[in-house]
Write a protein that binds this ligand. Sequence first.
Ligand code: NAP
Length: 276
Amino acid sequence: MIRACCIGWPIHHVRSPLIHGFWLAAYGIEGAYTREPVEPGEAAAFLRSLADRGFAGCNVTIPHKEAAFAAMDEVDPGAVAVGAVNTVWHEGGRLIGMNSDVTGFLLNLDDQVPGWDRETGHAVVLGAGGAARGIVHGLKSRGVETITLANRSFSKAEAIAAGDPRRIRPAAWSALPALLPHADLLVNTTSLGMSGQPPLDLSLDGLKGDAIVSDIVYVPLVTSLLDDARQRGHRTAEGLGMLLHQAVPGFRKWFGVTPEVTPELHAHLAADIQGH
Ligand code: NAP
């Protein structure tokens, strides 16, 4: 029996057991994926004892992603870019970590808007938090030439842009109407529009007709940004797909099968999200 888990605090709301449980059943693998509550400050000790506890690896969620990064013996470039790890496994006594949000975001766009990277010279990214850091790294890795980061707190956008001033430009939130006509891809990485959070109050007037719109918020499944974009005829990529794709590398490492993100898996998670 292969075991993996997700650590966090609190942990009851985490949806990854639904994803991994679906795949374990679909591929007939004798395995288990559980939620493990780990208190703040205890993540490094838990991770160092993963093998002793019988786990092949784990996902890491709030508030442990930065502590997990610090506890790793080896990390992938995406994790370095974000300074946070969300997927962990061990090899020969060494802890290895990656940030699968980066690949999840890219693979979801590949799935929902094939060829998006060939037509994206300029991306406008809303937000400058942890998710934005990973997405900026991912966009650069796919050759996006210019990335403008608009954030409520300008200093946070400036801090990310300082890492590559030639390609990343910070912008004030108030500059968005002037920026939208130049965007090939618009990505919301803020928590605005998420259920329980303030709405994302952004007019898409001025956005080019062939621009692509992506929202990484997945509760609700179709945010008002995506709804507005679809009504205007834009191609879109929604946040649930990113969540599903970010689960793939962990499952492959722990259970030895590369799982597929299928419409059935999407429907399984969508039903859970709509039921809450
Ligand atoms: P974070 O580090 O806390 O960053 C939050 C971002 O939202 C910051 O840019 C923040 O701006 C902005 N923001 C929050 N409240 C705002 C407000 N009232 N007005 C304007 N801006 C506001 O969070 P994160 O980890 O990057 O996650 C952001 C969102 O992405 C969350 O909703 C999360 O659920 C979602 N997410 C989805 C996936 C997926 O798989 N689909 C993966 C990761 C994250 P300031 O800098 O000014 O505070």
